[in-house]
Write a protein of this length. Structure first.
Length: 95
């Protein structure tokens, strides 16, 4: 019996949720990983220097920034698709 699975196309992978464009590609990009590690290290240093009330305020700030970044990342992701489609339309209209 042949257990080899058919390689999925990009669109199939995307449809089945195998592609996560919002995921951080830390293992693919050592520079990004280095900056992320430094960000986490610095956040921990800041939290360790704060009293409990200020730490709570800092956590609220981090949450607010993460929410902002989520919305911004989605808008940029959507804009990227829009640019890609515009380029494809332009290419197809030239032929």
């Amino acid at each position: 019996m042949n257990n080899k699975r058919k390689k999925l196309t990009f669109f199939e992978d995307f449809f089945y949720g195998n592609i996560e464009p919002q995921a951080l590609p830390l293992n693919e990009n050592p520079d990004l990983k280095q900056h992320f590690v430094e960000l986490c290290r610095t956040e921990l240093k800041i939290k360790n220097a704060l009293d409990k009330d200020t730490e709570k305020l800092f956590d609220e700030y981090v949450d607010a920034y993460n929410n902002f970044d989520d919305v911004l990342s989605f808008l940029m992701f959507k804009k990227g698709f829009s640019y890609g489609l515009k380029m494809a339309i332009e290419v197809f209209n030239q032929n």
